[in-house]
Ligand binder design. Sequence first.
Ligand SMILES: C[S@@+](CC[C@H](N)C(=O)[O-])C[C@H]1O[C@@H](n2cnc3c(N)ncnc32)[C@H](O)[C@@H]1O
Length: 331
Amino acid sequence: MDHLLAALRAVAEPTRLRLVTLCARGELTVTELTQILGQSQPRVSRHLKLLCAAGLLDRFREGSWVFYRLSRSSPVAALARQLVAACSEADPTIALDLQRLAAIKRQRADLASAYFRENADQWHRIRSLYVDESEVEAALAEIIAAADPRDLLDIGTGTGRMLEILAPRVERALGIDQSREMLAVARVNLERAGLENGLVRLGDMYQLALADGSFDSVVVHQVLHYADRPAAVIAEAARVLRPGGILMLVDFAPHELEFLRDEHAHRRLGFADAEVGEWCVAAGLDPAPPRHLAGNPLTVVIWTAQRRAGPRVVEEMPGGASITILEREVR
Ligand SMILES: C[S@@+](CC[C@H](N)C(=O)[O-])C[C@H]1O[C@@H](n2cnc3c(N)ncnc32)[C@H](O)[C@@H]1O
């Protein structure tokens, strides 16, 4: 009861309620929150401190940036979600905050796109600076060989490298990317490799234009660190996996190389195993133990997770016929 009362007291103030609703919609820095609220940074920081102390928000530091997000594990996490649900998006103050948040997200996306546009044809070189790709590729090929999927989706395909190495092992492979320039490079690479079962399409990893349960395997290679909502990317990947299908996430272990953020548009400096595991479980996946490929200075981690088998339900069709479909378990 003490927790609840402290949380209710903390949130009973207009700016703090606005902060809670904003932090439910992404991981945000104090600078971004200050821009949205139009209040001074010390004032916003003071409110954030109170909300964190009350367990409504979580704060985490990555190098020189501090992010805030709605708490998921504190004793008042459920209350925080209920408060957010109770705040109508039609309320004029909340509506304006959400509009400003959308503008900030667009700015971020534009920055990332500009970066990728400028680097499309150099990406192979940039990537090779950090990790020993042949080791990672061999490990992924092993995982695919063991899982033996019919098809593969490569989210954030970039220059199509994952398709080049994995498409020969499946009947059908599709790469999705938001950058036309990257896709142009990928098409050239696929053609050069003679891969006729590999396609690339323009798309957004947060909203794939693909049906639920349409792939046996999904790979997300060196993409998550650009995401402002990595958990949402994982949930979307899980949605398009068939039950029993496998998700392969490849990214860095937590590190402190700030220049990757400043010069290469990385939003996250690596991910902890526990964090990725939690996101997978929340998306209806069963995570396997991750594989760490230590490098200098960066360690690459391969996280794999399998989509839980959903119970089958029978749906009536017009005219009395029935079809068997897989129950949606991941939204
Ligand atoms: C570092 S590259 C990795 C490319 C590829 N997976 C590889 O490892 O070679 C990251 C890719 O993610 C793509 N990307 C970033 N945000 C995206 C989004 N919202 N939807 C789709 N692709 C996105 C970028 O355009 C870029 O091609």
